[in-house]
Ligand binder design. Structure first.
Ligand code: F6P
Length: 339
């Protein structure tokens, strides 16, 4: 068998561990040929690939990013950049010319949508979920999340010392346009006083009152975690959600407030042990499915067990924080302000 691998969407820690899991299992256990497609679906359109030998898979377990490169190319999306290019036809042609028997697509929600479309078109595809947002539908965990969570939590620990020393409110913004998992979990791990996520509408007056009352109760500092996707008046000149919240707190309460936008720091660097293990499990499982001819699925973690879910069930959906999520309830019980 000839197995192709591509990595698409935003990078995150653990992708190389997954590539290694796929490649080593395919070569050592099944004697398959492994082809790495460059830069996500862009490489499939341009027919840019490299044969992955076992020695190329050594030493990558702990490295961040992706050795294959990635892009946010969506071949089925109609764009005006080059209307003459029929990307699905090019993919069809290249897939056949490369002689691929199966394609493993490592990515987030957008990648799973494209993988599903390819599978519908008759290409045998297997998805592997990765994202720091943990918002891929159908899996309890995507790798990358745990590493980003550790980075965000450490950042909160560091901000706490400055908050205490100066008696300030510190607002930290983490990634997550639609899903607030990273804000919620890092906020709980870092002992945040306020956590704002896109799924829970907030009233900024509730937040400022909460911070003001903490100061009246002699709490010298406060920590606020916000997800980048919370609603705020972008047209009023605020450069980020954190900027809006910090400025409003200062102007309303007079309390000295600073903001930090963590940005791409969250996506880089070495994966945590937990992400390395999950990525390795996903990678090896994907090859086992390929060998069994089980395609059109995404490998997933459900209730602690690695398994598969049809791509048709995953495509087009986002795993957001439900209102009745136990962590939301626990945060409320701790007296955390959720806006
Ligand atoms: O990978 C998901 C994500 O990290 C989002 O949380 C974030 O908004 C987005 O990627 C930004 O990534 P880029 O600038 O690479 O498109």
């Amino acid at each position: 068998m000839k197995i192709g691998i591509l990595t698409a969407g935003g990078d995150c820690p653990g992708i190389n561990a997954a590539i290694r899991g796929v490649g080593k299992t395919a070569i050592l256990e099944y004697g398959m040929e492994v082809v790495g497609i460059s830069s996500g679906f862009r490489g499939l359109i341009a027919k840019e690939s490299v044969c992955l030998h076992e020695d190329m898979l050594s030493g990558i377990l702990t490295t961040g990013g992706t050795i294959l490169g990635t892009s946010r190319e969506k071949p089925f999306k109609k764009t005006s950049d080059d209307p003459s290019q029929d990307k699905p036809s090019l993919i069809r042609k290249n897939f056949a010319e490369m002689g691929l028997d199966v394609l493993v697509c490592i990515g987030g929600n957008g990648t799973m949508k494209t993988a599903y479309r390819l599978n519908e078109d008759g290409f045998p595809v297997i998805g592997i979920p990765k994202t720091i947002d943990n918002d891929v539908w159908g899996t309890d965990r995507s790798f990358g999340f745990d590493s980003a969570l550790s980075i965000a939590t450490e950042a909160l620990d560091r901000l706490q010392t400055t908050a205490n020393s100066h008696g300030r409110t510190m607002v930290m913004e983490v990634m997550g346009h639609n899903a607030g998992w990273l804000a919620l979990e890092s906020g709980i791990a870092g002992g945040a006083d306020v956590i704002l996520i896109p799924e829970i509408p907030f009233d900024v007056n509730v937040v400022t009152r909460f911070i003001g009352e903490r100061y009246k109760r002699n709490k010298p500092s406060s920590i606020v975690v916000v997800a980048e996707g919370i609603a705020y008046p972008e047209k009023s000149g605020f450069t980020s959600a954190a900027h809006y919240i910090a400025r409003t707190i200062t102007e309303t309460t007079g309390i000295e407030t600073r903001e930090t936008v963590l940005g791409y720091i969250q996506r880089g660097g070495v994966p945590t042990a937990s992400d390395r293990i999950l990525a390795t499990e996903f990678g090896t499982q994907a090859v086992q499915y390929a060998a069994e001819g089980k395609t059109g699925v995404m490998v997933r973690l459900s209730c602690g067990v690695i398994g598969a879910i049809p791509l048709s069930e995953v495509s087009g959906k986002t795993r957001i924080v439900p209102a009745d999520n136990p962590l939301v309830e626990k945060a409320r019980l701790l007296g955390t302000c959720l806006g």
